[in-house]
Write a protein that binds this ligand. Structure first.
Ligand code: CP
Length: 297
């Protein structure tokens, strides 16, 4: 595998092998194995976790990092095309991580570059490295990716982390529930990828809550709405607080790719339900495993 562009490109055994390597990296995250390599991070959209954890992952393996966090500070602002930018940057580094607002941009970058390209999010489409982090977090917390009831709530239409994770989970024997108003439901394309997936849809979080082992909460993706009034209609529609968890299992774990706005009350942060900060921390070993694999170390 030269690039990481879509979770659809991974088999179940690929995924399990990456998660195994991530555990190895977590047990020894400071190794001098990428000291010959330079990572280029090209972020055409804002990021905190993805960019900084890729950079930290690389630096802790003694590699170096170049790139931009805001494309307005690069020659993109003068009209340089994505293809030209990639043709230039590939001469300065050994691997590229790219986040772009356009679906398919990472694929185009990978087809252009002779070095590995990692998709750090392309529009509403996919966020495959977040998915591997999410799977690693579930596996660490529950000991398995099978026989779980996993609920997704929020903006399932535009949330790329949901699209990638639902696709990956359909390779395993867990049940998925998609909780959203009809206009924000997960597009059918992401449900038909594999045969194993068993799922239900609902607008009611309270109806589904008692059965859940994992609740994956997402932000309403304000930046993806064409019409600001549509965003106003949906913002704040689901909010997780102590009251909403009254009928949840004691063992329920709550995940969120972050950033959150107001969909999880901070009163949840110190409860045993909160898994989202550990989820973000797991970005380091999982991304170290990916850098190591693609740089063949
Ligand atoms: N989870 C995630 O993609 O976070 P950032 O947008 O901060 O990178």
């Amino acid at each position: 595998m030269k690039d990481i562009i879509s979770i659809n490109d991974f088999s179940k055994s690929d995924i399990l092998e990456i998660l195994r390597l991530a555990k190895e990296m977590e047990d020894n995250s400071n190794q001098m194995i990428l000291d010959d390599f330079v990572l280029g991070t090209l972020f055409y959209e804002p990021s905190t976790r993805t960019r900084l954890s890729f950079e930290a992952a690389m630096q802790r393996l003694h590699g170096r990092v170049i790139g931009f966090a805001d494309s307005n500070t690069s020659s993109v602002s003068k009209g340089e095309s994505l293809v030209d930018t990639i043709r230039i940057v590939e001469q300065y580094c050994d691997i590229i991580v790219i986040r772009h607002p356009t679906e398919g941009a990472a694929r185009l970058a990978a087809e252009t570059a002779s070095i590995p390209v990692i998709n750090a999010g392309d529009g509403s489409n996919q966020h495959p490295t977040q998915t591997l982090i999410d799977l690693y977090t579930i596996l660490k917390s529950r000991g398995s990716l099978d026989n779980l009831n996993i609920g997704f709530v929020g903006d399932l239409k535009y949330g790329r982390t949901v699209h990638s994770l639902a696709t990956a989970l359909s390779l395993f024997d867990s049940k998925m529930s998609f909780i959203a108003p009809e206009d924000l439901q997960i597009p059918k394309d992401y449900l038909d990828m594999h045969n194993n997936g068993e799922y239900r849809k609902s607008e009611s979080l309270s109806e589904i809550m008692p059965s859940l082992d994992i609740l994956y909460v997402t932000r309403i993706q304000k930046e993806r709405f064409q019409d600001p009034m549509e965003y106003e209609r949906f913002k704040g529609i689901y909010r997780i607080d102590r009251q909403s968890l009254l009928h949840a299992k004691k063992s329920l774990k709550i995940m969120h790719p972050l950033p959150r706005v107001d969909e999880i009350s901070t009163e949840i942060d110190l409860t045993d339900h909160a898994l989202y900060f550990e989820q973000a921390k797991n970005g380091i070993p999982v991304r170290q495993a990916l850098l190591r694999l693609l740089l063949k170390k």
